[in-house]
Design a protein around this ligand. Structure first.
Ligand code: ATP
Length: 453
């Protein structure tokens, strides 16, 4: 897709901020990297944890009808045969005969009715061929067909194959769901747009099992729930819902929505919400020969449940919240001169660092000691960051770029050297408005806890 200059600039700024501040690095960077793989640095790791924790809280802790699981990445190859992945989890690929680029057939632009190579502009392309996206590996000492399996390309299949065990131990009645967060691997042909399309990534998936006549209604329900999740992590604009036309849905799906976001590089999928009928459990029941049916005590009915699946990517959500939060604005410095401030307006609940703690001067023992005490008081409850180096304005700016929503400054009022009314109070600076207010130290923890939950 053609991108305009300002969108490319915006993306470059975001990538550069992510590296500079330790959100995201290229994997194996000192060896030239590995295409499609990324490492999360200190801030990125916190951001991802916060997103996953919030998803888990919404999906599992705050509901009576969902339980969690944590499946293995390597599974019996039969799982991937039964699910259809071995035969069909592929993208149609073409090769450019001129520059030898390998390209996804469904992503090529056309010129005068002919598909064109985006790399060299040529038109001499091979016929599309299927390219399986699963990474192969071997389990055990021999590298032959009998030992072959795959790194999972999605987390969902572990949920389907454990459906019966989890049903038995959790004793849930329909409708109920099983949630899972974990790594997935796809040998994407064109990993691109930073972490958006990676070869190793994390998914947050829920399989919500139900009666056949509940499926369509639950599809709408989960779409709404998931949209609320995105706004609750700070994506309050730029979301789109794309209803997949029936002819483009998977043959077993009775309805699919893509939740999309306006990334600088275009409107792209964040999550799929699909009503998958009883397809997955039926496939595994017939392939394994084990019953995956549900027995309803009341009606004495025995049947294979239907399922609605909201399937989200952690990395895509992290990238979306960073893109949504990135901002630059002109603000006056201490001398009244205007300067550009880069600020990540991350929602406090997902911000990596919740609060910066700053003694006004680093060479004043009392200020430093009191600031460190506050730091120690808060750190069991949230990620706080102590910083005493440089002018206070510079310290604020560093935290603005890191997306830290609050900054606490211990000044001479705090230690009783100015207005006696202000003893044992600190200033709390709010990142977005840059407004400051005085708060009693004893009130600080409840004040912050309320804002970050
Ligand atoms: P796409 O069409 O973008 O390849 P998909 O429709 O194949 O995505 P699903 O199989 O529905 O994706 O996977 C569910 C979610 O997992 C996606 O919405 C996305 O958030 C995430 N995801 C899938 N593939 C990748 C990838 N290569 N890199 C990062 N996240 C991914």
């Amino acid at each position: 897709m053609a991108q305009n200059r300002s969108a490319t600039d915006q993306m470059e700024k975001i990538v550069s901020l992510c590296k500079r501040r330790g959100f995201i690095f290229q994997s194996s960077e000192i060896y030239g990297g590995l295409n499609g793989c990324w490492d999360y640095g200190p801030l990125g790791t916190e951001l991802k944890r916060n997103l996953k924790d919030f998803w888990w809280r919404r999906m599992v802790y705050e509901r009576d009808d969902v339980v969690g699981m944590d499946g293995s990445i390597l599974m019996n190859r039969q799982v991937w045969i039964a699910s259809g992945h071995e035969a069909t989890f592929s993208d149609p690929m073409v090769d450019c005969r001129i520059c030898k680029a390998r390209l996804r057939a469904d992503q090529l632009d056309e010129k005068n009715g002919r598909k064109q190579c985006p790399v060299c502009g040529g038109f001499d392309l091979t016929e599309p061929r299927a390219f399986n996206l699963m990474f192969k590996t071997y389990v055990g000492a021999t590298e032959d067909e009998s030992a072959l399996t795959y790194l999972r390309p999605e987390t969902a299949q572990a949920i389907f194959v454990q459906f019966k065990n989890i049903l038995d131990v959790s004793r849930k009645r329909l409708p109920f769901g099983i949630a899972q967060i974990g790594k997935a691997f796809r040998n994407e042909i064109n990993p691109r747009n930073f972490t958006f399309r990676s070869r190793e990534f994390e998914q947050m998936e829920l399989e919500y099992f139900c009666w056949p006549d509940q499926g369509l209604e639950l599809l709408e329900y989960w779409l709404k729930e998931r949209l609320k999740f995105y706004s609750d992590v700070g994506i309050t604009s730029g979301l789109h819902v794309h209803k997949i036309p029936p002819e483009e849905c998977a043959h077993y799906s009775k309805g699919t929505y893509d939740i999309e976001f306006e990334f600088p590089f275009g409107i792209q999928e964040l999550e799929g919400v699909a009503y998958r009928t009883d397809y997955d459990l039926t496939q595994h029941q017939s392939a394994s020969g084990k019953s995956l049916e549900y027995f309803d005590e009341e009606s004495k009915k025995r049947f294979i449940p239907h399922v609605v699946e909201p399937s989200a990517g952690v990395d895509r959500t992290a990238l979306a919240v960073i893109c949504a939060a990135y901002d630059e604005e002109k603000v006056p410095d201490e001398k009244g001169n205007f300067e550009m401030r880069t600020v990540l307006r991350l929602h406090p609940r997902i911000a990596p660092i919740k609060c910066g703690i700053f003694p006004l001067l680093k060479n004043n023992k009392l200020l430093v000691a009191r600031a460190r005490e506050i730091y120690e008081q808060l750190r069991p409850y949230m990620m706080v960051f102590y910083d005493e180096s440089g002018a206070i304005g510079r310290r604020y700016r560093r935290q603005d770029e890191a997306g830290t929503p609050f900054g606490v400054t211990v000044d001479f009022d705090t230690i009783g050297e100015n207005d006696p009314a202000n003893v044992e109070t600190v200033t709390v600076r709010e990142r977005d408005s840059m407004k400051q207010q005085r708060i009693a130290i004893s009130e600080l923890k409840p004040y912050l806890m309320e804002k970050i939950r």
